[in-house]
Ligand binder design. Structure first.
Ligand SMILES: [Zn+2]
Length: 280
């Protein structure tokens, strides 16, 4: 069984979801995490995660969606959303975005720090976003620095849609963070080289699925079912079987979401979703 540890399925029209989930299931995907990007979307993810046994939720405010500081009220709303059901397994999506047109950086840092603090308070892993300015890969280190300063290592998490270099991967692992690989693995030689040398025990998989009308034909949109392609590519690069990739990356996901963990969350992961998965 595979896990897609990062998607935005809440952005799809209601009528689409059933098809997306059944295609994922047919591809051997057993669990999918929905990442919130605003307070409203976090609430929608939490609600959606309670409607289907495959779905889990993250709550968070995406760095591109920051419109003001995270004050006590917003912090409390995120905390309430996270505490509302054990199906919330992460603080996600949060992080920093240095791209042109991104919100004010001071505001982004404040919001990211507060969300890492929330994660530490609630014992939830941080599944985080990090986008550098092309040509300035050292900016990923800024994100990792905040995680270190705010003691993100206490709860772990994953660097979502990993596009960093070997040094970033090393820092992530030192911080007890997983490297989350997505479809860029299918086409980026530099990433393939890094992935081949990473310990399988440090990798989780995702698709970052969101509606992609710019791709034209509907069948060309990325969906959680595509996490199998990422797993197959990783198996090929490492010269191992796809079954081993499935087994270890799913075990990594469970470890990430249950340590030190509220017991309710372990129950959700063990009992409801991953009942046919053998824990190592
Ligand atoms: Zn995302």
């Amino acid at each position: 069984m595979l896990v897609d540890s990062h998607t935005h399925l809440d952005d799809f029209p209601d009528g689409e979801l059933e098809g997306v989930l059944s295609r994922a299931q047919a591809a051997g995907v057993g669990a999918i995490v929905l990442a919130g990007t605003t307070l409203e979307s976090s609430a929608a993810c939490v609600e959606l995660a309670q409607t289907h046994p495959m779905l889990l939720a993250g709550v968070g405010i995406h760095p591109m969606d920051i419109t003001g500081p995270i004050d006590d009220v917003v912090f409390g709303q995120l905390r309430d959303a996270a505490n509302s059901t054990p199906r919330v397994v992460a603080v996600s999506e949060t992080g920093l975005d240095f791209d042109r047109g991104a919100p004010d950086l001071a505001m982004q840092y404040q919001a990211f720090r507060e969300q890492v603090r929330l994660a530490v308070e609630l014992h939830l892993p941080v599944i985080f976003h990090s986008r550098e300015i092309p040509g300035q890969p050292e900016l990923h280190n800024e994100v990792l620095k905040v995680l270190r300063q705010e003691q993100g290592w206490q709860v772990g998490g994953a660097m979502h849609y990993f596009q960093g270099d070997a040094r970033d991967a090393g820092v992530c692992m030192e911080l007890g963070m997983y490297i989350s690989l997505a479809k860029p693995l299918l086409r980026q030689p530099a990433l393939q080289e890094i992935a081949a040398s990473l310990p399988l025990g440090s990798i989780v998989l995702e698709t970052d699925t969101y509606p992609q009308p710019f791709k034209g034909k509907r069948e060309n949109w990325t969906e959680p079912k595509d996490v199998r392609q990422v797993a197959e590519k990783l198996a090929e690069l490492k010269g191992i079987t796809v079954e081993e990739v499935e087994e270890v990356t799913t075990a990594n996901f469970i470890t990430m979401c249950t340590r030190p963990g509220a017991p309710g969350r372990s129950q959700v992961l063990d009992g409801v979703l991953l009942h046919d998965f053998q824990k190592p």
